[in-house]
Design a binder for this molecule. Structure first.
Ligand code: SF4
Ligand code: SF4
Length: 166
């Protein structure tokens, strides 16, 4: 009983943070600008990618994707189809393709399995992430940094129970 209450509180906290972020359209637009800001320098690195989609199967790829409140607000403008939900796999992937490409988080944009660009990608990630941190502070949006699949599951449960999200 006590455990359930604590979990409900944590769940509401993320959903409320994301709702607050989504209500500030200037904030969400600014988050999108920061994310798109890494695309041109990444393209110059010309990483090798066969678009196999394996990096979105987090267990298979042995990594995790972490996202901020603002990135979740942008990404979850549409929650994915229920049929696509599976443990440790991004539910925005369908037929090995990203269905949220324009809204995908920073970690998606800056990850490539091409070892040649690993360091350069990290060098792009860190300052962009700091920009996102500053944006949260400037707009008074609660900053959270959460593992993607757990965060999406939490938001999905909140949407079902309390209609926080569409
Ligand atoms: S970065 Fe690598 S694992 Fe990810 S889609 Fe491209 S080739 Fe596949
Ligand atoms: S948002 Fe798109 S690119 Fe990022 S993990 Fe999900 S399917 Fe992959």
């Amino acid at each position: 009983m006590a455990r359930g209450s604590r979990l409900a509180k944590v769940e509401a906290s993320l959903a409320e943070a994301v709702e607050r972020a989504r209500a500030d359209r200037a904030f969400v637009a600014a988050v999108g600008d920061v994310l798109r800001g890494v695309d041109a320098p990444l393209a110059k690195l010309a990483p090798s990618c066969q678009a196999c989609g394996e990096c979105c199967h987090f267990d298979q790829a042995a990594h995790r994707l972490y996202v901020t409140t603002g990135e979740l607000a942008l990404l979850t403008e549409n929650l994915p189809d229920g049929a696509l939900w599976a443990p440790k796999r991004c539910p925005y992937q369908r037929d090995e393709r990203c269905t949220a490409r324009a809204r995908r988080p920073l970690g998606c944009r800056t990850f490539f399995c091409d070892a040649r660009v690993g360091e350069a990608c990290s060098a792009l990630y860190e300052p962009a992430h700091q920009d996102l941190c500053r944006l949260h502070a400037r707009h008074g949006v609660p900053y959270q940094y959460r593992e993607l699949t757990a965060a999406l599951a939490e938001l999905r449960a909140a949407a079902k129970d309390r209609r926080f999200l569409r």
